[in-house]
Design a protein around this ligand. Structure first.
Ligand SMILES: [Zn+2]
Ligand SMILES: [Zn+2]
Length: 421
């Protein structure tokens, strides 16, 4: 990335040449965050250099807790769902609701291909989803809010483990996150390389799909490949099942609803044995949906279609539908708060209300099932050269730390003290 390269060439450079000043309206908030930008950039790069996988973010959590302590938050609760942290800030205006602001602690199991001074020092681990940047931004936001407490209620910074497949958000909820801190709403910001730099998207509804796992076992009697009429051909039954379940999305789901059924693996028999009909076939795949009603319908139809199709071939189908991450669905009134905060900070042209949702999945969906809130994309796209999330050449763009921190702050203020914001 051209811009990223210029930043890397001069890691100590401030925000003077970056588009922050052009995307953030001048304010005391932006001045404050800009003052701390170099320290937040250092923190982001320190976290980037030492990535840790889900539920093993021990050093990351300890670095974050240390920074929060230095900021002077009122309470720090560590060890929630293993490595999770909640930091609490009380406002000076008495009782009120509690807003949760969330960032992720974990990195991915992959090798970094970047050659930057802050490149991962841990072989086979990398911050390729920008969670390092989200953490730095949330620390920056808490630093400002700790010194500007003219709000009622509380603000909780939530640093969760294991977003990348480990359902850390669900694990924190299971350990009492929502009740213990009496959260009334929750927000998360994720960088988005496919969206132009500095643009903010918060749909009044689905942001990401439910990502479920599908397993189908086809059981037949097996038999001799040369004498098929005396046995049961599980492979033929499985082939028919693969074909017939594709009719679920095309024939039974409203064309205006998006859904995906994909098989990712099929396993049967032995490549050493050409003349045996195997007894069973195992298939795995994924189902993506945006509405719970569509998810329920597809699960039902998978059971029915697979069982009836297999039965026509004298075989039996056992379907396992494992609900992994639900759809990430924003509460419209909370998406409106996020966009209003973005508009005031960056201008109306940067706040985009709607964008087609992504068929990727996100465990913030568990928090949004339990509480009203919003998942927000903050664009870091700089043209065709922007590396996608989870690419070995991806790197969080440090110029986004201050805008992301400012957005967290303004959202919390609009939630708790709209007039002051
Ligand atoms: Zn990711
Ligand atoms: Zn991510």
């Amino acid at each position: 990335m051209e811009i990223a390269r210029s930043l890397r060439a001069n890691p100590a450079s401030g925000m003077g040449d970056a588009p922050l000043n052009s995307i953030c309206a001048a304010s005391e908030l932006v001045d404050h965050l800009t003052l701390h930008q170099a320290a937040l950039t250092d923190l982001r790069r320190e976290l980037h250099a030492c990535p840790e996988l889900g539920y093993k973010e021990v050093q990351t959590a300890s670095t974050i807790a240390q920074r929060l302590r230095a900021i002077g938050v009122d309470e720090i609760h560590q060890g929630i769902a293993g490595t999770g942290i909640v930091a609490v800030l009380r406002g000076e205006k008495g009782d009120g609701p509690t807003v949760g602001l969330r960032a992720e602690l974990d990195a991915l199991a992959m090798e970094e291909a970047n050659e930057v001074p802050w490149r991962s020092k841990r072989s086979g681990k990398m911050h390729a989803c920008g969670h390092d940047g989200h953490m730095a931004a949330l620390v920056g936001a808490m630093g400002y809010l700790a010194r500007h407490r003219q709000f009622p209620g509380k603000i909780c910074a939530i640093f969760q483990p294991a977003e990348e497949g480990g359902a850390g958000a669900k694990a924190m909820i299971a350990e009492g996150l929502l009740e213990r801190f009496a959260l009334s709403s929750v927000y998360s910001i994720h960088n988005a390389p496919w969206i132009p730099f500095g643009e903010v998207v918060a749909n009044a509804g689905p942001m990401m799909a439910a990502a479920d796992r599908l397993e189908i076992l086809i059981e037949g009697g097996g038999g001799h490949g040369g004498i098929p009429h005396k046995g049961t051909d599980a492979i033929l039954a499985a082939a028919a099942v693969i074909q017939s379940v594709q009719s679920i999305v095309s024939r039974s789901i409203d064309p205006l609803d998006a859904a995906v059924v994909s098989f990712g693996g099929v396993s049967a028999g032995s490549m050493e044995q050409y003349n045996v009909l195997p007894r069973c076939v195992r298939m795995i795949g994924t189902v993506r949906t945006f509405r719970p009603e569509v998810q329920d319908l597809i699960e039902d139809l998978l059971h029915r279609t697979a069982a009836n199709t297999a039965s026509a071939f004298g075989a039996r189908a056992v379907v396992k539908f494992m609900r992994r991450y639900p759809a990430t669905i924003n509460a419209p009134e909370k998406a409106a708060i996020a966009l209003s905060a973005a508009e005031r900070l960056f201008g109306a042209e940067k706040a985009r209300k709607e964008m087609p949702p992504s068929t990727a999945g996100e465990d913030f969906s568990f928090m949004l099932q339990a509480l009203p809130g919003a998942y927000i994309w903050l664009g870091q796209g700089t043209g065709e050269q922007s590396e996608s999330l989870h690419s070995p050449r991806y790197d969080f763009d440090d110029r986004l730390i201050v805008p992301a921190a400012a957005l967290f702050v303004r959202i919390a203020q609009e939630e708790l003290a709209p007039r002051q914001a």
